[in-house]
Design a protein around this ligand. Structure first.
Ligand code: GLC
Length: 546
């Protein structure tokens, strides 16, 4: 792959600006704060950052309810701060990807305000309106955050569609003016030096146009609706002209669509964030389904290998709980399981993403009261479940496992008060254990999760087979081990990870001709013992060809 694109050699890092670093003492992270931490990202081995939504916003959905696509929310700084940040990242050889929430705006956005105030305004048709009354909705479509997806506006005598919160009206992508606005917005940011965009929620853009009742009221009206390609095609010229790196958030996407959208010539995206391997979280199952993970991740590895697409590798983001708490074992094997998870997902074929704090092995927030939560989705869920008679204790236990706030806690930089994130009380409490789990301490500890991530990233980048080699699953047919090979021109590497709390043994692979290169535990390098300890992860270089 001599002409591989830069992002195929890259490691990405998602920054949640609200919780990264507070430079102006108000308890909220900001853009100048991010700028002071660039050398940390360099030392980790990061090549691009994805900045979560930072636009002026109603702050109903943590910035994903935009009131102005061409600005910075004052709590994060100014446009001048943004330009300075991009310049500083570029000086450090780090590219910048911004997050564009293009399925919906805030209800406070001037377009929506105009749409409501004057149905004859051109902005009226920027949104999706259907006949309704104060007591009847157009159909059974539901919001992802719960309840009907329609809200009636008396002044208009119609209801508007919102796939998410009531304060997040969906844009009408059938209207070519909306598509032109978004293309112009992307150009506007390209003119400010960005290198890429993450297009938020692209599988939500196209709605069924018959507005009929659907079988699954939270899903069937948008996902897999043919016609999204027309919308994406309207953005392609601006993306191509500016040579932007394009990531799509594509929940629920099927393989044929992903293969088409990732096609190097005809497609629209360089990487897609699909959620097949993380939707287990929604059910909050306590048991780790290793066999299901093998099937799911391998499906994507094989499917995109076949079509010439490229995988995005991730186990955390701002919408998911912490991986060490869910996939791993944050109670008995926190460090070891955090490292095992790192080795497991990062060495697959694709571009790895790290979400801030993941590289420290930071666990879930550990909140025990609803008043500690800030996330709208979590608070609405609590209200809905309580109204349905579910005991508070039970709902809080679910949130403690699955809430998005679990990963939105402040980044712990030091062992000091508020984790050195701020000298003011933060907008949300810290995760437990940051006296030990923090950047300062972990960067001086050769056995820390952070040091492990640094070494692993260096290793992946230095071995062509680990970057570009084919992925081959070795199916151990158990519910403990995840084993795969990476292979390129006869150079073979083997990854063995025990994703369970019990010792695992297997006959599925032979280690007699292999050399142990990297591991998260003390293993006797000369032993070909196939007892793999709980949460042990090993990388072997296979000396001979099969
Ligand atoms: C995207 C964002 C998520 C947000 C949602 C609706 O999925 O990642 O944080 O809640 O869009 O705005």
């Amino acid at each position: 792959m001599a002409d591989a694109q830069w992002w195929q050699h890259a490691v990405g890092y998602e920054i949640y600006p609200q919780s990264f670093f507070d430079s102006n003492h108000d308890g909220v992270g900001d853009l100048p704060g991010i700028q002071t931490k660039i050398s940390y990202l360099t030392s980790l081995g990061v090549d691009f950052v994805w900045l979560s939504a930072f636009y002026p916003s109603g702050q109903v959905d943590s910035g994903y309810d935009v009131t102005d696509y061409r600005g910075i929310d004052p709590q994060y700084g100014t446009l001048a701060d943004f330009t300075a940040l991009v310049t500083a990242f570029h000086a450090a050889n780090i590219k910048v990807v911004i997050d564009l929430a293009l399925n919906h705006t805030s209800s406070q956005h001037p377009w929506f305000q105009a749409a409501v105030q004057d149905p004859a305004s051109p902005y009226h048709d920027y949104y999706v309106w259907r006949p309704a009354t104060a007591t009847t909705v157009p159909n059974n479509w539901e919001s992802i955050f719960g309840g009907s997806a329609w809200t009636y506006v008396p002044a208009v005598d119609a209801a508007y569609l919102h796939t998410f919160a009531e304060d997040q009206p969906d844009l009408n992508w059938e209207n070519s003016a909306v598509r032109r606005e978004m293309a112009a917005t992307i150009q506007w940011w390209a003119d400010r030096g960005i290198d890429g965009v993450r297009l938020d929620g692209v599988t939500h853009l196209k709605k069924r146009q018959d507005f009929a009742n659907v079988g699954h009221p939270r899903m069937d009206y948008y996902q897999d609706v043919a016609g999204t390609d027309v919308f994406l095609a309207a953005l392609k010229p601006v993306l191509t002209r500016n040579q932007l790196f394009v990531i799509g958030e594509a929940g629920g996407i099927d393989m044929p669509t992903a293969q088409r959208w990732l096609d190097p010539q005809q497609g629209f995206f360089d990487l897609l964030l699909e959620f097949d391997h993380v939707h287990f979280w929604e059910k909050a199952e306590p048991k780790l389904p290793v066999a299901a993970l093998r099937a799911t991740l391998s499906k994507w590895q094989f499917g995109l290998e076949k079509s010439g697409g490229w995988n995005a590798l991730f186990i955390e983001n701002h919408d998911l709980p912490r991986a060490v708490s869910y996939y791993g074992n944050a109670t008995d094997y926190r460090r070891r399981s955090a490292k095992a998870l790192a080795l497991w997902y990062l060495l697959m074929k694709g571009t790895p993403f790290i979400y801030q704090g993941q590289e420290l092995g930071l666990p879930n927030a550990g909140f025990t009261q609803i008043s500690q939560y800030r996330d709208l989705d979590s608070r609405l869920y609590y209200q809905q479940q309580r109204a349905a008679g579910v005991p508070a204790k039970q709902v809080l236990a679910q949130l403690a496992m699955g809430s998005r706030d679990n990963a939105r806690t402040p980044m712990p930089w030091t062992h000091q008060q508020y984790g050195g994130f701020s000298d003011h009380e933060p907008w949300i409490q810290l995760a437990p254990g940051t006296d030990q789990i923090n950047v300062e301490r972990e960067s001086h500890d050769p056995h820390s999760v952070l040091t492990f991530y640094q070494q692993l990233i260096r290793l992946k980048k230095s071995v062509p087979a680990l970057e570009q080699g084919r992925y081959e699953l070795i199916d151990t047919r158990d519910d403990q081990l995840y084993v795969y090979r990476r292979t390129l021109n006869g150079d073979n590497w083997l990854v063995v990870v025990n994703m369970s709390n019990q010792v695992a043994t297997t006959q599925e692979f032979d280690l007699t001709t292999s050399e142990l290169i990297f591991t998260n535990t003390e293993v006797d390098a000369d032993s070909d013992d196939l007892e793999i300890h709980p949460w042990e992860a090993r990388l072997y270089h296979l000396r001979k060809l099969e």
